[in-house]
Design a protein. Structure first.
Lengths: 474, 169
């Protein structure tokens, strides 16, 4: 008798989704799917709007990573204007992008995923959340809040507000950085670094304590993709887009962002509103690849800052150059936090960072532009076409979470095969099926964020739809 | 008392912190930010009083509460008749495990401040009865009038508070 388990909705992720697990007659997992159940329409409703509005409009896609959309959108608009933005503007954009990566990774690790790691995947679900952590591990929870504040305040210092700053514009940024604000940022960096080092050391010390999760949390070979510097190092704002095989060896690379359609195809499945990008030369679905912090540090020869490189060396000494398990996204995230804070320090100490020349002005000079940047969750692509009046005629967005869609679906199936007992459901099983998704830190609604668990309903159904077993978490 | 808990962007110590929160794109849900903005203008020469606006309360606000011994949370409410105001004292309250969603209540925020930093300010809720929560970026006429009256009234008292010191407990 075949059955279907539905987890609706998935908790401690950004946005709304559900998971279904199909069981065969013997109760074994036959298939599993990750469904993104909300619909966005940005590509359509921006049509007819002037291109100058795009960064601010596109930033509204997301309340967690609006800066990523600002960056990708502004870069696409730079292309439409056919301008080279002032070097200081590029550095300031990097500052804001890194600040956002730090705050977003802090949210993912401390607020959303660490309850599983600190309190246990099978612990009481009413306490397995950020509030539970505040009671049992208040210093750890405080570190998370302060690190997130660090990133948010830098964004506000540059852009005037923490969420949806309108400071990144086509051609550069709206205002230069002041010396007073630079000093404030520099003063905050030592404490932020201490928090990041503390978290990375702790995670390194407990990684071996999760062998079952490591073995089954989307643990399979895939390609990886993301931006790299000309030297092949960690990159988040610009550079060439690289695809590697499952060992991290490069297989393709392009510097002209407009060539992305040669490498990336976009499949659509009827069970989800989230597209499934794939590496076009290998076809669908064999062209599965992963993006985001784990992919980036696997592809990078090195990070390029001392503390992050030391942590990367520890990571590789323990796990090898290209660990297949998505469980290690957590550690990769902390390496990137270290890199982000160190890079912010370097940028703040760059004498050119206070240069007032931060914007190039031009009228539209091209009809098509593509901007690619690295969001916290992975590579983000904005592709625009405009008409002769500079109004949007067409847009295509490939969101970071989308690149990981195939891997998330396969990961859900793998973890379900390992943990789901078709005879009897348990909350710990349910939590692990969700936790594999949390490793990827997907951003689905892109405009809300969860503090802890959301209402959840899981059902075991018979072939005729009858409910055989049921769990409810309000 | 040392208000500076960490070296990450410590704030200037205050006597009063006002947080007006809500969604200004949902008509009267923007009442909290509207009153906070009016107060910020009225109290611009009172350095001991800061008026912030927020779309919603977030965990980072727990640290913000350290910098003032008195905090006012101003929000729109459907539990108060439209155009009316209800002011009530707030105490820290541990969140229910069954209510851990996007919404963060001020009582929970006070509880977080207490748990993480070991002290908590005196706090009040100022609830403004909402008449219309549909999509729109302007307050309804009745609520706009209430916000004007409320901000004038609060400005007078906050001005006094900002010159009288109090302590975080």
């Amino acid at each position: 008798m075949s059955r279907t388990i539905t987890i609706d909705g998935v908790t401690r992720i950004e946005g709304h989704a559900k998971i279904t697990i199909d069981l065969d007659d013997k109760g074994a997992v036959r298939d599993a799917h990750f469904h993104v159940t909300q619909f966005r329409g940005f590509e359509k409703f921006v049509e007819g709007r002037p291109l100058t509005e795009m960064p601010s409009v596109m930033a509204r896609i997301c309340g967690i990573c609006p800066v990523s959309h600002l960056m990708a959108s502004a870069k696409a608009c730079d292309e439409l204007l056919a301008v080279e933005i002032p070097p200081t503007a590029a550095k300031l954009r990097r500052v804001m992008n890194l600040a956002q990566i730090v705050q977003s990774h802090a949210l993912s690790f401390f607020h959303l995923s660490s309850p599983d790691l600190l309190l246990g995947f099978d612990s009481d679900p009413t306490k397995r959340n950020i509030f539970g952590l505040m009671k049992t591990h208040p210093e750890f929870a405080k570190d998370g809040i302060m690190l997130r504040k660090f990133g948010q305040e830098i964004i506000a210092l540059l852009g005037g507000k923490k969420i949806h700053p309108a400071w990144v514009v086509p051609g550069g940024v709206a205002e230069p950085l002041t010396a007073e604000r630079r000093e404030k940022i520099l003063e905050a960096i030592p404490t932020a670094l201490e928090i990041a080092k503390r978290a990375a050391s702790w995670l390194a010390s407990v990684t071996d304590k999760f062998p079952d999760e490591t073995a089954s949390f989307a643990n399979f070979p895939t390609m990886f993709a993301g931006l790299v510097t000309p030297d092949g190092n960690l990159e988040h704002y610009d550079g060439a887009m690289r695809f590697t095989d499952d060992s991290g060896r490069p297989v393709a690379e392009f510097s002209d962002p407009r060539k992305y359609p040669n490498y990336i195809g976009e499949a659509v499945e009827n069970f989800s509103f989230l597209k499934s990008p794939y590496y076009k030369p290998k076809g669908y679905p064999d062209g599965i690849y992963r993006v985001g912090p784990l992919a980036r540090i696997i592809m990078a020869e090195k990070c390029g800052t001392p503390l992050a490189d030391a942590e990367l060396a520890r990571f590789r000494a323990r796990l090898g150059r290209a660990p297949a398990s998505s469980f290690h996204y957590h550690w990769a995230r902390l390496i990137e936090i270290l890199f982000g804070i160190e890079s912010l320090q370097n940028l703040m100490n760059d004498p050119d960072i206070l240069n007032p020349r931060v914007r190039a002005r031009a009228r539209p000079n091209r009809s098509e532009g593509v901007g690619i940047t690295e969001a916290p969750r992975g590579t983000l692509i904005h592709h625009y076409k405009i008409d002769d009046d500079g109004q949007m005629a067409w847009a295509n967005l490939i969101i970071a979470t989308g690149h990981n869609n195939l891997a998330m679906n396969r990961g859900v199936k793998q973890v379900a095969e390992r943990f789901v007992n078709g005879e009897k459901l348990s909350e710990g099983m349910l939590n692990r099926v969700e936790a594999v998704i949390r490793c990827f830190d997907p951003c689905l609604s892109c405009s809300t964020h969860a503090l802890g668990q959301m209402p959840i309903h899981i059902q075991l159904r018979g072939p005729n739809g009858e409910v055989l077993d049921e769990l409810q978490r309000d | 008392m040392n208000f500076s808990e960490t070296d990450i962007f410590p704030q200037t110590p205050l006597q009063v912190l006002v947080i007006g929160y809500g969604n200004p794109m949902r008509t009267d849900d923007g009442a909290g930010p509207a009153v906070a903005s009016l107060l910020a203008h009225s109290l611009r020469s009172s350095p001991n009083c800061r008026c912030d606006t927020a779309h919603q309360l977030v965990p980072e606000h727990a640290e913000e509460l350290l910098y003032a011994p008195r905090v006012l949370f101003i929000d729109a409410s459907v539990d108060v008749p439209p155009g009316q105001i209800r002011i009530s004292r707030l105490l820290p309250s541990e969140p229910s495990p069954h209510n851990l969603t996007h919404h963060l209540a001020p009582q929970t925020l006070l509880w977080m401040t207490s748990m993480l930093f070991g002290r908590v300010p005196q706090a009040w809720s100022v609830a403004i009865g909402a008449a219309d929560l549909s999509v729109g970026n302007q307050l309804s006429a009745a609520v706009a009038k209430t916000c004007d009256r409320l901000s004038s009234h609060l400005a007078f008292h906050l001005q006094r508070w900002s010159t009288h010191s109090a302590h975080v407990h």
